[in-house]
Ligand binder design. Structure first.
Ligand SMILES: Nc1ncnc2c1ncn2[C@@H]1O[C@H](COP(=O)(O)OP(=O)(O)OP(=O)(O)O)[C@@H](O)[C@H]1O
Ligand SMILES: [Mg+2]
Ligand SMILES: [Mg+2]
Length: 533
């Protein structure tokens, strides 16, 4: 088996059409509600560093006699997610007890929605255009969404004599949504794209951090090949584990099938991921009987129709729609740039995608007003998404702060200077960086809006449209003097090497710090060297 492990890794995992892969996902997502699902404790999902058992109430630690009280914010969050996925929200849903015994589960059961889930149906559409999958479009259906409680956490520490289990109940009773997809995935790219998209959706809706690393989002993979029984893969802490576990398990099953050793694939089993291989955790015979039963203490969730339509009215525009708008006229962003404005890398991102997008859109609008309808759409894109964002990153200035000295109308003024070639791009970069650096050095205290014309004057940044002929001549001669190498100049004069001319022009522009444009240098160099081509 060790030999086989090695073979799988050295060969990677080629997918073979005669072994059709079928995958379905179960995704648990912690909701970042203020309080826990059935108690008033603060929700530890929203704070990362905490003393153990700090966010706990009598209910969370399951003291006898305590009773659950449903947190309505969790219902609101679940409803937003259901609507965003196009799922049918059930007007009546109910909580059931799922019984099993474990130290981090002091109630002896978990409250979940087994018989009557919160919502059914819905889908996520993947496309080649937006999600980098192989097919032009792929629909992943959703079976259901259910609300449930998270469990506590067990920590195992080894001493000289024993292994000690410590129980932390901060996570106990944190609200979760379990999303169950149909087994619609037929390759890994689709799985990767779905997880990304779903993760971005929960962040977009502000209902979860969506982070895999902290366990705020946890993915179980169900996988089968050619109608053999499904294997469920658990303990997949991040995207690469998910992908590698699928590759490994696919390859393992393909090898069993290809040698006719399929007895182990007749019954479903659950396997864990060790980091390099999957190992059997339990088979169907040892499946836990959870003895599901409706919780007798909690009433049904009975939603009035106007509640659902009311929440529908609160829904924000969804990421795919935003992406499509950004990629069309007048913005015409590339997929990559549109994603920068639509996808959050995480919730505490200094450059939160939403804030950046509205900054971009506002600036774009202001700039169009200043520069007219035929203004260059590339300017706001390049200068905000690339230059400005790059500067903020370098200087570690949060967007919210930078916005105070460069509000959209002011940034639009700056773009207009570039558009009208009052300053060159090189000068623009210097100017922008200077403004932000000064602001950062004043500890983000200097909230005065920059006076561009003063700064342009001060740093002599005016693009020289009326080039001083003497200065140009001197610069060109200087550059040539540094490259008097015979062949270099001869090649130039005979027109053998056009790239040499480009090189000289580049040198000249550098010396003039971009104030004199390339075509001026080109003319002058040709004139001095008597080049005709
Ligand atoms: N033949 C199959 N191949 C791959 N995946 C499958 C197949 N049949 C079902 N699935 C997937 O298995 C998952 C079943 O999840 P579900 O939550 O309904 O049940 P479960 O895994 O038995 O329960 P639990 O929540 O206790 O893990 C779904 O994601 C579904 O798409
Ligand atoms: Mg499940
Ligand atoms: Mg499962």
């Amino acid at each position: 088996s060790l030999a086989r492990t090695k073979a799988i890794h050295s060969h990677g995992a080629p997918f073979r059409p005669e072994y059709a892969l079928k995958c379905g996902l179960e995704i648990h997502t912690q909701l970042n509600t203020k309080n826990k699902l059935f108690s008033q404790s603060t929700n530890s999902a929203t704070s990362l560093v905490d003393a153990p058992n700090h966010h706990t109430s009598y209910y969370d630690i399951a003291l006898p006699g305590t009773q659950p009280v449903l947190n309505l914010e969790a219902i609101l969050f679940a409803m937003k997610l259901s609507l965003a996925l196009g799922s049918q929200v059930n007007s009546i849903s109910q909580f059931d007890r799922k019984h099993y015994f474990y130290g981090d589960q002091p109630q002896g059961y978990q409250l979940t929605q087994h018989y009557r889930p919160f919502a059914r149906g819905g889908k996520i559409n993947l496309s080649k255009e937006l999600d980098d999958i192989d097919e032009s479009a792929k629909e992943i259906g959703i079976l259901q969404l259910q609300i449930e409680q998270d469990t506590g956490k067990s920590h195992y520490t080894e001493t000289d004599k024993d292994v000690i289990t410590l129980v932390d109940l901060n996570r106990s009773n944190v609200p979760l949504i379990e999303l169950v997809t149909k087994p619609d995935f037929s390759d890994i790219k689709q799985v990767r794209a779905f997880i990304k998209k779903y993760q971005n959706l929960v962040r977009h809706l502000h209902i979860s951090s969506g982070d895999l690393e902290t366990g705020a989002m946890r993915v179980d993979v169900n996988l089968s090949i050619n109608e053999y029984a499904r294997v469920e893969l658990k303990n997949l802490p991040n995207t690469s584990s998910i992908i590698n576990a699928i590759k490994y398990e696919y390859q393992r099953q393909v090898e069993l099938i290809s040698v006719g050793d399929t007895s182990s694939l007749m019954e479903p089993e659950t396997r864990g991921w060790t980091g390099s291989s999957t190992v059997k955790l339990r088979s169907k015979e040892t499946t836990i009987d959870y003895r599901y039963m409706p919780d007798p203490e909690l009433p049904y969730i009975n939603l009035a129709p106007d509640v659902i339509s009311g929440v529908r009215g609160l829904m924000p525009q969804l990421p795919d729609d935003i992406m499509r708008i950004l990629m069309k006229k007048p913005y015409q962003l590339s997929l990559k740039d549109a994603k920068i404005l639509t996808y959050n890398s995480n919730q505490n991102d200094m450059y939160n995608h939403e804030a950046l997008r509205s900054y971009y859109l506002d600036t774009f609008r202001e700039f169009s007003k200043l520069a007219g309808e035929r203004s260059n759409a590339k300017l706001p894109t390049n200068w905000i998404i690339h230059e400005f964002l790059g500067d903020l990153n370098k200087l570690q200035i949060p967007l919210a702060k930078a916005k105070e000295i460069l509000p959209p109308p002011v940034f639009a003024q700056f773009l207009k200077l570039l558009h009208e070639e009052v300053i060159s791009a090189t000068s623009g970069k210097m100017l922008l960086f200077h403004i932000l650096e000064n602001f950062e050095q004043s500890n983000c205290q200097d909230l005065s809006i920059p006076d561009f014309s003063k700064l342009i004057e001060k740093f002599e940044l005016h693009a020289i449209n009326q080039v001083d002929p003497q200065e140009l001549m001197d610069l060109c001669n200087d550059v040539i003097a540094q490259h008097t190498d015979d062949t270099f100049i001869r090649n130039l004069v005979t027109g053998k090497k056009k790239s040499s001319l480009k090189f000289l022009i580049g040198q000249g522009m550098r010396r003039s710090q971009g104030r004199i444009k390339a075509n001026e240098f080109e003319k002058k160099f040709k004139e001095i060297l008597n080049i005709q081509w």
